[in-house]
Design a protein around this ligand. Structure first.
Ligand code: GLC
Length: 742
């Protein structure tokens, strides 16, 4: 439809019909078992609102979608189709690593392919929009949603934000297999005080601009069609009603022209925050902030008509909001083809196809981070291997946002072991559940009940005591133990903040008891966040972080621990020494009393008296099955003039006996600025694969643009002065060279 026709359609709609375009409900409102939530309970969403709702959450399945859309359009006075939205976060049915694991790949191109795969699977099932990518920068592992982020570095987050939007949307969302991206949560949601979910966020404007907004900007520049508001207050004002943030920054400075949707019930929550006195004011504040869609409350559909009739809200502003929604439907081609890609035959063909499984496996393999390896990995065929622990047979290894995923689709480690033939001496023993009943509080009630049912079912064949004993016996008889430990999938994600970052107590007990039997332990760690690994570090000779690896997780893990694939992941987020260190990130300021080496106790320095400053494992860290030697860094010049380039290089050599991939990282420190500058900032990286004895010169170009930042006066640009340059394998790099920016 042409824009003119679209405007004509808009002007042909009544006020209520327009307002109903700004309503989003779940499919429960459409099917027989109506969802009785706040809105219907408050009598705010009636049959007419539902029959004209602009968008839905959670309707998937080509046949069901086509049926619902057909009936809906026949009933709608202007036959306007609804938008169908869903959280497709790390895959639709074929699940790849959680976003924090994606960040560990340091491979945005690979993740773009994964996003494209997810878009294809979702679109043939009727989905038009995904609530992804989540690009919130994170530094606090207590916050459960670090799982959904690509980590603590703004540059890496920008690259992954861009890659995901391009993967979902392609060149044109109307194209088959493409869906619109909704970047979230705007803004600063990843910095809640205390790491406590939905808590207050206080950020200086400089910090917001320098660290937290760039990835949203990258997603918008990549063409993201939608933005979602965040639940939190930012400096005392809830994002969802924050005119400065949404109008001046998002739509003004950042140039976003697409649809702005609230997070779930966030408009209603303006009252609970104590920002709106009542629902009337909440509707007015959100609408004036430019929020176009009210997710899952009746505040808009019950209050906006009157706000317009009493001219508190101009109909012009309302029309702009509705036109943005209609424009998105038009961009998706829904007026010409309201069924878009929804196709039951296509569903059968593409969902979980071998090509998709292969891509998910490759992404998982590249996401794994080897933190420690004292001659444990890779395994060799003649060894007697014991695979022990609650994740040995676990199939729900896909993260808490994989709402369409099905356990039976997933390959567990045990599944992978049972299909391989090269390793004849492998035994499997579960040992214990992920959680004991005392720790069921760490997951939702529903998940706890599922665990309890599994325990009761298990008890019918083997008591938990027998399970434990079998594991200990299996360990004793083995040469090496692969101990699978970590977080339940529901221990991270939304509303999953935690003050204790250790793995569950029952697993810590298993680790110690297995260690007594056999110290040759490799821990395979399933987690949605950085954890306190001091105890695991003490008892394990090798540690492989596998995050939540997804549908092909078992095969990917088996391929890496047997050496078919070398581990190449690098930490996208610091693993703290303990929870007392968080929030922590590699790009902190130096302070006036730095404590460069906290092993030397220094008084009156910026350090703790009881723990080191350094994280247990730093950003960018990861091992491979070989060793790399870095030459001294060389610079093509010690002066960088405006408009010119500088080259920094090192010679990298593989001095081990296996092929390996190294992520060579370039960091820069601006030694003095009108605002203090971080002790280092990742500016570029290159993933280099070398055979044994092979060497290569790794070159990085340094330009003035790379040195720009938000200066004390709020302007964005570089400042002349000395710059330190570091090239290394992770952010712990110290030695550097220097040049002067003139
Ligand atoms: C949730 C989340 C958001 C998600 C939305 C729809 O509360 O905060 O990330 O996209 O609701 O499920």
């Amino acid at each position: 439809m042409t824009q003119e026709k679209l405007v004509e359609l808009l002007h042909s709609m009544s006020l209520k019909e327009k307002v109903n375009q700004m309503l989003q409900v779940t499919t429960g409102f459409f099917t027989d078992e109506k969802m009785l939530t706040g809105p219907t309970a408050q009598g705010e969403i009636g049959e007419e609102n539902i029959s004209q709702a602009g968008s839905l959450i959670g309707l998937f399945g080509a046949e069901e979608y086509r049926k619902q859309q057909k009936a809906f359009m026949e009933k709608h006075p202007h036959h306007i189709p609804f938008l169908d939205m869903l959280d497709v976060i790390n895959g639709f049915r074929t699940i790849y690593p959680i976003p924090l694991g994606q960040g560990a790949t340091f491979n945005p191109d690979l993740m773009k392919k994964c996003a494209s795969m997810a878009a294809l699977e979702a679109s043939v099932s009727g989905i038009h929009v995904t609530f992804s990518p989540m690009v919130d920068l994170v530094r606090d592992a207590r916050w459960g949603r670090v799982m959904e982020s690509t980590g603590e570095d703004p540059m890496l987050n920008c690259e992954f934000a861009r890659a995901q939007v391009e993967g979902y949307q392609g060149r044109d969302v109307k194209e088959a297999g493409k869906i619109a991206a909704c970047v979230k949560h705007f803004a600063g949601y990843g910095a809640p005080v205390g790491g406590r979910e939905y808590n207050t966020v206080e950020l200086s404007e400089n910090t917001l601009m320098e660290y937290y907004l760039p990835a949203y900007q990258a997603a918008i520049e990549a063409g993201a069609e939608m933005v979602m508001t965040s639940f939190n207050t930012l400096n005392g004002i809830p994002s969802t009603g924050n005119q400065w943030l949404m109008q001046e920054i998002l739509r003004g400075k950042m140039g976003f022209q697409g649809v702005l949707i609230s997070d779930w019930a966030a408009i209603e929550e303006l009252c609970i925050h104590g920002f709106a006195a009542d629902r009337w004011e909440a509707a007015s504040l959100a609408a004036h902030a430019g929020v176009d869609i009210d997710m899952m409350t009746g505040v808009y559909c019950s209050k906006l008509p009157e706000l317009v009739e009493t001219q508190v809200l101009s109909e012009k502003l309302l029309d702009e909001a509705v036109l943005r929604i209609l424009t998105l439907k038009n961009k998706l081609g829904l007026f010409e083809n309201p069924y878009k890609d929804a196709d039951p035959e296509k569903e059968k063909e593409v969902i979980l196809c071998e090509e998709h499984r292969k891509l998910a496996r490759e992404a998982a393999e590249q996401s794994f981070v080897l933190l420690k390896n004292e001659e444990m990995l890779p395994l060799n065929p003649e060894e007697k291997i014991a695979i022990i622990g609650p994740f040995a047979e676990e199939k729900e290894i896909y993260g808490s946002w994989s709402i369409i995923a099905q356990a039976q689709d997933t390959v567990s480690i045990a599944d992978a072991v049972r299909t391989q033939t090269e390793f004849p001496h492998v035994s499997i023993a579960k040992g214990c559940e992920i959680l004991s009943p005392k720790e069921y509080c760490l997951v939702t009630q529903a998940e706890a009940e599922k665990i309890q049912q599994r325990v009761e079912q298990q008890d019918r064949t083997q008591s938990s005591k027998a399970l434990w004993k079998e594991a200990v016996k299996t360990a004793r008889k083995a040469d090496k133990v692969i101990l699978t430990l970590g977080e339940h999938k529901n221990m991270s994600g939304e509303a999953a903040s935690r003050a204790d970052l250790r793995i569950p107590k029952i697993q810590r007990k298993l680790l110690k008891e297995i260690y007594q039997m056999n110290p040759n332990i490799t821990v395979i760690l399933f987690t949605g966040r950085p954890l306190d690994l001091r105890q695991i570090e003490k008892y394990a000779k090798a540690i492989l972080v596998v995050w939540m690896p997804g549908t092909e997780g078992g095969n990917a893990i088996w391929n890496v621990i047997t050496g078919a694939v070398s581990p190449s992941g690098r930490l996208p987020m610091s693993f703290p020494y303990c929870v007392g260190q968080v929030p922590i990130s590699y790009n902190e300021y130096v302070t006036g009393r730095p404590c460069e080496d906290s092993s030397v106790s220094r008084e009156y320095r910026s350090n703790y008296r009881d723990i080191p400053n350094e994280p247990l494992y730093p950003f960018g860290y990861g091992l491979s099955y070989t060793q790399f030697l870095y030459s001294k860094l060389s610079l093509s010049s010690t002066v960088l003039k405006p408009g010119e380039k500088l080259e920094a290089s090192i010679v990298l050599r593989n001095i081990g006996d296996r092929e390996g991939t190294e992520t060579v990282q370039l960091y820069i420190r601006d030694c003095a600025g009108s605002v203090v500058r971080p002790k280092k900032e990742l500016k570029a990286y290159q993933k280099i694969t070398l055979a044994p004895d092979e060497e290569i010169t790794v070159r990085f170009e340094i330009t003035e643009e790379m040195l720009r930042f938000y200066r004390a006066d709020g302007s964005y640009g570089s400042e002349k002065g000395i710059m330190g340059v570091m090239i290394g394998k992770d952010s712990n790099i110290r030695e550097s060279a220097a040049f002067e920016l003139q």
